[in-house]
Design a protein around this ligand. Structure first.
Ligand SMILES: N[C@@H](CCC(=O)N[C@@H](CS)C(=O)NCC(=O)O)C(=O)O
Length: 291
C-alpha cells in the first residue's frame, strides 16, 4: 500500500515540498525517490514514470502514474477520504480547492522573482510592484478563507488541510525573502514553517551543500528563523550510547555529538539530517530522553 513519490532537491523544489507534505501530513505511506533536478539526469531518473516529466509525480500502489500536484492531491483525497486532506464542510472544501488552483495557476511574479530556498533569509530584498501585487492577492485569498472557515488563526480552514500544504512554499518565500505581509499572516507563515514535517524536509535538504548556490542574490543573509535550541555536530568514531539507529533499527555506522553525548545512526544521511535540526525528529528525541 505504499506510494512512490518522485521529488527534486528539497531546499529548492517548492512543488516537491507540496508533493511530500500531501503524504506525510496525512500519514499516507510513501517512499521518496530523488531525481537529479540540477545534475542533468532528471529525464532518465523519471523514465519509469513517462510521460510524467516534472516533480512531484507519483505512482500509486496500484501502479497508476500521476503527475501535477493538484491531480495528485485529488487522487489521494479520493483514495483516502478519511485522512482529512480537504476540509469536510462543502463550502470550506470548495474554497480550499479554489485557493489551491489559484496558487498553481498564479503568483508568477512571486514565483519568478523569489525562487524558493530554505537555506537562509535574504536581507534587504526589494520586492517589485508585481511581487507586492501577488502578496496583496495572496492575503486577500487567505482573508477570504478565514471568513469562510471562521478560523482566526492557524490553518486556514481550522484543521490543517491541502490548502496549507499548497501555501507552505509561499510562506517559505515570504519568510525567506523578508516580504511584507500583515503580522497575522507572518505568524501564519511562521507556523507553517515550524511544523515538524516541514522542519524534517528542510533538515534533509540541509544535508546537501550547493556551490554555487542555485538562485543567488547579491544580498547578505541571516539565519532561518526556526531552528532547534539543540546544537549537534557530526563526529568520527563509533562510541555511541545506542547500538541501533533510532529510525531504521539497523546497526550504528555514523555518529553525532549533542551536549557531550554521542548518538549513532545507520548511515550519514540519517546522522546529517539529525545534525541539521535535532528537534525535528521525534524518534531521536525519544531515544535521547530515554537514554
Ligand atoms: N504544475 C506542476 C509544476 C511542477 C514543477 O514545475 N516542478 C519543477 C520542480 S519545482 C520541475 O520539475 N522542474 C523541472 C523542469 O522544469 O524541467 C505541478 O503542479 O506539479
Amino acid at each position: 500500500m505504499t506510494y512512490d513519490l518522485y521529488i527534486g532537491d528539497r531546499l529548492f523544489s517548492s512543488w516537491s515540498l507540496r508533493g511530500w507534505l500531501m503524504f506525510t501530513k496525512f500519514n499516507l505511506p510513501v517512499r521518496s525517490q530523488m531525481v537529479g533536478l540540477y545534475t542533468g539526469t532528471m529525464k532518465n531518473d523519471m523514465v519509469d514514470l513517462a510521460p510524467a516529466r516534472l516533480v512531484p509525480a507519483m505512482r500509486t500502489p496500484g501502479g497508476v502514474v500521476v503527475g501535477e500536484s493538484l491531480a495528485m492531491a485529488e487522487t489521494l483525497a479520493e483514495a483516502h477520504p478519511d485522512a482529512g486532506l480537504w476540509p469536510t464542510d462543502p463550502a470550506a472544501r470548495a474554497t480550499a480547492r479554489w485557493l489551491c488552483a489559484e496558487m498553481v495557476a498564479g503568483f508568477g511574479a512571486l514565483r519568478g522573482d523569489c525562487a524558493m530556498q530554505l537555506a537562509h533569509v535574504w536581507q534587504g530584498f526589494e520586492p517589485s510592484d508585481a511581487v507586492l501585487a501577488d502578496l496583496t492577492r495572496i492575503q486577500e485569498l487567505w482573508a477570504h478563507a478565514r471568513t469562510v472557515s471562521g478560523a482566526a488563526d492557524g490553518p486556514l480552514f481550522g484543521s490543517y488541510s491541502l490548502v496549507d500544504v499548497f501555501y507552505t512554499p509561499v510562506a517559505a518565500r515570504i519568510i525567506g525573502y523578508g516580504l511584507p505581509v500583515s503580522d497575522a499572516n507572518r505568524a501564519y507563515c511562521l507556523q507553517l514553517l515550524s511544523d515538524t514535517k516541514f522542519r524534517q524536509w528542510r533538515a534533509m535538504g540541509l544535508t546537501v551543500t550547493y556551490d554555487p548556490f542555485p538562485y543567488p542574490q547579491d544580498l547578505k543573509t541571516q539565519d532561518w528563523p526556526i531552528t532547534s535550541p539543540l546544537k549537534a555536530r557530526a563526529v568520527t568514531g563509533l562510541e555511541a550510547e545506542n547500538s541501533h539507529c533510532p529510525y531504521s533499527g539497523d546497526p550504528v555506522t555514523d555518529c553525532l555529538e549533542l551536549d557531550g553525548r554521542i548518538w549513532g545512526f545507520c548511515n550519514p544521511f540519517c546522522r546529517d539530517k539529525t545534525v541539521a535540526d535535532p528537534g525535528a525528529w521525534p524518534k531521536f528525541l525519544d531515544m535521547i530522553e530515554r537514554g
